[in-house]
Design a protein around this ligand. Structure first.
Ligand SMILES: [Zn+2]
Length: 60
C-alpha cells in the first residue's frame, strides 16, 4: 500500500501544498497564513488525485 499522502508540518492535517524545492508541506489554512502568494507553492492535490485513481484502477 502506497502512503504518499503528506501531512502539514504545522497542524498535521493532510497537506495540499508543498514548498518548491523543499520537503515542507502545508494544508490550505497554514499555507494561506504563511504565504501571501500561493503561487510560490506547488499543489499536491493533483498528485493525490492521480494516486487515488491508480489505486482505484488496481482494485477494480
Ligand atoms: Zn496546517
Amino acid at each position: 500500500m502506497l502512503t504518499l499522502v503528506k501531512k502539514c508540518i504545522i497542524c498535521d492535517k493532510p497537506a495540499e501544498f508543498s514548498v518548491k524545492g523543499s520537503s515542507a508541506y502545508y494544508c490550505v489554512d497554514c499555507a494561506k497564513e504563511n504565504f501571501a502568494n500561493l503561487d510560490l507553492l506547488q499543489r499536491v492535490e493533483e498528485q493525490a488525485k492521480k494516486l487515488k485513481e491508480a489505486i482505484k484502477e488496481q482494485a477494480e
